[in-house]
Design a protein around this ligand. Structure first.
Ligand code: S3P
Length: 470
């Protein structure tokens, strides 16, 4: 399996409004009077994007209704809703829940040459890759396509192993890229070896195998986020997990009519980082967050470096650990960090730009290694992280597999590009919150991909933030 590297970060996607933030924090605001007293702030971040995607797809796998409570409301999740409708499911919001029911008349839409539906997943790689897996498992013929950015991202991670399992999948454009046509199901039980740590790749293969009831052994380099495994086990799949080997042995599937999605740790990281960067002695509480260890790298790396982060109110909901993340104080006494292994890297893969931003405010040299897969995100995040942080004056250098940050460089508020990439944009706004003066993030409103209420939540903990034109 070869994967070509895309060029540098994409050019600015100016369709999104800019976001500006005036650095500093209003704490203890009482009746309009800023008392400057430390406060305890609580932010409830949205439901987890990855778990929402998997919960929605469980309806397609079990062919039964599901109510996905506390569904992530962002664009990446919405990208999966029309494809489900085109496959004959009704999908509607009811409060914070998404209700998915089979047996609706498939909505008309674009069709391919053989009459198969064209399922456009916009810019969401998770929606695209996981959907390809489910289609190949259930033997549903369809074309999966995405927007111009997603069309540049690797699909061979998913398509090649599914072909090894006997699925018929054709590239309709460039090899290894969307659009692809899924034309025949997986049917050969052969051992699969994945070379990338991508959870989406492993999940797609597993979803296909379980959807088809086809026992399979999947060798993989790293135990990246394991929400698919947890959900499928809850549905009745017989899974055995060993170091770097995942075995599916069959098992009758049952429906899960209600899936409660915990709050998203990758989104909780932004208010947590702002809080640490402000460091004004107050306390931040982030309740109901998914505490799955495969997702907690951002918090754990900083906790081990000395940040006052702890977990309270622990519980298990729908096979996932949840709890309140409590962040106290700031970065005083926190040392530099080094991420060297793939396991830790994958547990903070989406927070790598943010962790690098925090590193700019730590003493000494911090490093995020094992990070080659950042090249394949919405932008080449090695490069876009470097460029965005350098815009503030940070001393950052990247290689093909790492980001190095020399802490202590004097940073100033700036106008920087969000590159149309929600993680880069939210990182830039978060860093700007702590720098005196006004920071503008061009196209910053692309945060709606995963966190539509980002600006409101940041304002609620004291950020002076505004969307262009407001
Ligand atoms: C995701 C897995 C990760 C992550 C993405 C969501 C998932 O991507 O970056 O935001 O839902 O499985 P990769 O699998 O490409 O590493």
């Amino acid at each position: 399996m070869t994967t070509q590297q895309p060029a540098a970060g994409t050019a600015r996607q100016s369709a999104w409004p800019d976001i500006s933030v005036n650095g500093g924090r209003a704490v203890g605001v009482d009746g309009g009077v800023d008392t400057r007293a430390p406060l305890t702030a609580t932010v409830t971040v949205p439901g987890d994007k990855s778990i929402t995607h998997r919960a929605l797809l469980s309806s397609l796998i079990t062919e039964s209704p599901v109510e996905v409570r506390n569904a992530n409301p962002g664009g990446a999740v919405r990208a999966l809703l029309d494809p489900l409708r085109l496959l004959g499911f009704s999908v509607r919001w009811s409060g914070g829940s998404l209700i998915v029911e089979p047996d609706a008349a498939p909505e008309g839409g674009e069709v391919g040459e053989s009459g198969e539906p064209v399922l456009d997943v916009g810019g969401s790689s998770a929606a695209g890759r996981l959907l390809i897996g489910v289609l190949a498992g259930k033997g549903i013929s369809a074309i999966v396509d995405g927007d111009a950015v997603l069309r540049q991202r690797p699909m061979e991670w998913v398509v090649e192993p599914l072909r090894e399992l006997g699925a018929r999948i054709d590239y309709l454009g460039a090899a290894g890229r969307l659009p692809v046509a899924v034309r025949g199901p997986v049917r050969r039980s052969v051992p699969i070896t994945l070379r990338v740590g991508s959870a989406q790749a492993r999940s797609a293969v597993l979803l296909a195998a379980v959807g088809a009831g086809l026992p399979v052994e999947i060798g993989h380099p790293v135990r990246s986020r394991d929400h698919t495994e947890r959900l499928l086990a809850a549905l009745g799949a017989d899974l055995v997990e060993d170091e770097q080997l995942l075995t599916y042995r069959g098992g009758a599937l049952k429906a899960l009519p209600v899936i409660e999605v915990p709050n998203d740790p990758s989104l909780a990281a932004y208010p947590a980082a702002a809080h640490l960067l402000w460091g004004d002695g107050s306390t931040l509480r982030l309740p109901g967050v998914c505490l799955n260890p495969t997702r907690l790298g951002f918090f754990e790396v900083l906790r081990k470096a000395g940040a006052a982060i702890r977990y309270e109110d622990r519980a298990v909901v729908a096979g996932e650990q949840i709890g309140t993340i409590v962040v106290e104080g700031g970065l005083d006494g926190v040392g530099p960090f080094a991420v060297e292994d793939e396991q830790t890297f994958h547990s903070l893969i989406d927070e790598a730009p943010l962790l690098a931003a925090v590193g700019t405010r730590l003493p000494g040299s911090s490093r995020i290694g094992a990070s080659a897969e950042l090249v394949f995100k919405e932008t080449n995040r090695l490069l876009t992280t470097q460029e965005m942080l350098r815009g503030f004056g940070a001393d950052v250098t990247v290689s093909d597999t790492s980001i190095r940050v020399e802490g202590g460089a004097p940073l100033t508020a700036a106008t920087v590009d969000g590159f149309g990439d929600h993680r880069i944009a939210m990182t830039a706004v978060t860093l700007g919150c702590a720098l005196p003066g006004r920071t503008t993030v061009l196209g910053g409103a692309c945060h709606t991909t995963s966190y539509p209420g980002f600006a409101e939540d940041m304002a609620a903990i004291g950020a002076d933030i505004e969307r262009d034109g407001e």
